[in-house]
Design a protein around this ligand. Structure first.
Ligand code: FES
Length: 168
C-alpha cells in the first residue's frame, strides 16, 4: 500500500463525516462483502429544491476496514445536493476519489460503498436482481442490529471474532 494512500485513509478516518444511524432517513441500503465479511449501511434523506429531488444528507455505518470507512465518509459528503440519478451514476472510485489511486486489494472497499449507495437509492431495483454480496436493504435500522439478528446462513456473511481482537 502506498504511503500517500495510507496517509489519506488515516486523515479521513481520523474525523469521519456523517457516521451513524439516521433515524429520519428516507432510504436505507446495506451490503456486505462475502470476501472479507465487511459491511456498510447507508442512510439517505431527500429534499426538493427548485422542483428537483436531491439528496439532502447521507450517513453511514461500517463494520469494515479503514478504507471502507474513509470511502463511505467521503461519499456521504460528495453526494449531498446530487439527484438520485447523479449519485447512482457515480462509481466507487469516483465516490472515494480523494483517497487517490487505490491499491488493487482495496478496490472492493469502495465498491462496497458504491453498492450500499445503490441499494439505498433503488432498494426495489436491488431486490429484483440481488447480488451475492447484498444482505438486506431494509430493517433492522442499525448495522449492529443486523449483525445481531442475521444468521450467517441468511446473510451470506460469516463473522468470526477472535479473542482480544476487534474487527477493523
Ligand atoms: Fe473488505 Fe475493505 S471492505 S477489506
Amino acid at each position: 500500500m502506498s504511503e500517500d494512500f495510507h496517509k489519506r485513509v488515516e486523515d479521513s478516518i481520523r474525523n469521519p463525516k456523517n457516521m451513524g444511524e439516521m433515524t429520519d432517513a428516507d432510504a436505507i441500503g446495506t451490503v456486505g462483502s462475502p470476501g472479507c465479511g465487511d459491511m456498510v449501511r447507508m442512510w439517505l434523506k431527500y429534499k426538493v429544491e427548485n422542483g428537483q429531488k436531491i439528496i439532502d444528507k447521507a450517513s453511514f455505518q461500517s463494520f469494515g476496514c479503514e478504507t471502507a470507512i474513509a470511502a463511505a465518509s467521503l461519499a456521504t459528503e460528495l453526494i449531498r445536493g446530487k439527484t438520485p440519478e447523479e449519485a447512482a451514476n457515480m462509481s466507487g472510485s469516483e465516490l472515494a476519489a480523494d483517497l487517490g489511486p487505490l491499491p488493487p486489494t482495496k478496490i472492493h472497499c469502495t465498491q462496497l460503498v458504491e453498492d450500499a449507495l445503490r441499494s439505498a437509492l433503488a432498494p426495489g431495483k436491488e431486490a429484483s436482481k440481488p447480488t451475492s454480496s447484498e444482505i438486506k436493504a431494509d430493517s433492522p435500522s442499525s448495522l449492529i442490529d443486523s449483525l445481531n439478528s442475521d444468521s450467517p446462513k441468511e446473510s451470506g456473511v460469516k463473522l468470526v471474532f477472535l479473542d482480544n481482537e476487534s474487527p477493523s
